[in-house]
Structures are given as C-alpha cells and as structure tokens.
Design a protein around this ligand. Structure first.
Ligand SMILES: [Zn+2]
Length: 158
C-alpha cells in the first residue's frame, strides 16, 4: 500500500467529472487525504475516496418517524366531556380546554387561544387552527373586480 503525500497522486471520485480519476493530493491530515485536485477537470474538492470501497457509506441509523402521540392525550380527553365536543368551524370562538371535533384530525383539546388562532392538541400532534373568523371580524373580501364599463351603447332596441 503506497503512502500518500501532498503533491502525490491518488485515485478518487471526482464530484465534477462523476468518475474515478487521478487526483493530485492537496492536503492531508495525518495519514488521511482531505483535499484533492482532479487532474482531469482541475477542480479542488474534498477527498471522498474511491466510490467502490467507501467506508463512509455505512447506513445511517434511521430514526423512524414513528406514529407519535401527544403524551397523555387519551387520559386528558377521558377527563373531559367528549359528548359536548363541538364541531370545529373557523368562524366559531373556542375556549381553552374545550373539546373540538375536527373533520380531518378528529377530537382535539384546545390548549391556547390567541386572537384568531388556537392551538389544539389532537391525538397525533398539536396543530394551530383558525378560530373566531366569524362575520364582523376583519376578513379579506373577495369582491369581484369591477368590470370597466365600456362606452355604453346608447340605442337599445327592444
Ligand atoms: Zn474532475
């Protein structure tokens, strides 16, 4: 096994050429090559070794996004009167601790209310929903744009 040194050559996967090519070693840390220059395209890049035997490709421990549930949610819901759960509607006003029924997320417990938003703890996650958007509160109007009236046709025949 040849010992590498700065200025020497090494085969490496070039990120630019997308090939294994001869590279000139630019920098080393101890016995490890850290930076190389591709002899073909002349670009400097981090030494990744040859792709065929890269030891860095070890599979990352996968933290599976398991179905998480809000801690103690079931118990909290059980402590409340589910039968009085209100269907969620953005124009309604809700209060903290109230149980709401969302068409998509199911039952949820209102955690916090602030102006026109509220945080609701559903079984799987806490979500921010719109509330109190009833008539009277400021809401964007969707009036159709006024059509520019063109020269009115005077003579109307009947
Ligand atoms: Zn290259």
């Amino acid at each position: 096994m040849a010992t590498h040194r700065v200025g020497g050559e090494v085969d490496a996967a070039c990120t630019r050429c997308k090939m294994e090519l001869a590279h000139t070693i630019l920098a080393m840390v101890g016995p490890k090559i850290v930076r190389v220059r591709c002899n073909t395209c002349g670009s400097d890049h981090v030494y990744r070794g040859t792709q065929s035997r890269s030891r860095t490709a070890a599979a990352r421990p996968r933290t599976a996004p398991a179905e998480r549930t809000v801690v103690g949610w079931d118990a909290q819901l059980a402590a409340r009167d589910v039968s009085s759960a209100q269907d969620y509607r953005p124009e309604e006003h809700y209060a903290v601790d109230q149980v709401v029924r969302h068409p998509t997320f199911g039952l949820g417990i209102v955690r916090a209310v602030r102006q026109d938003k509220m945080d609701v703890a559903f079984k799987t996650a806490e979500r921010t929903l719109v509330q109190g958007r009833g008539p009277g509160t400021a809401r964007p109007s969707f009036a159709p744009p006024l059509r520019p009236v063109e020269a009115p046709d005077a003579g109307e025949e009947g």
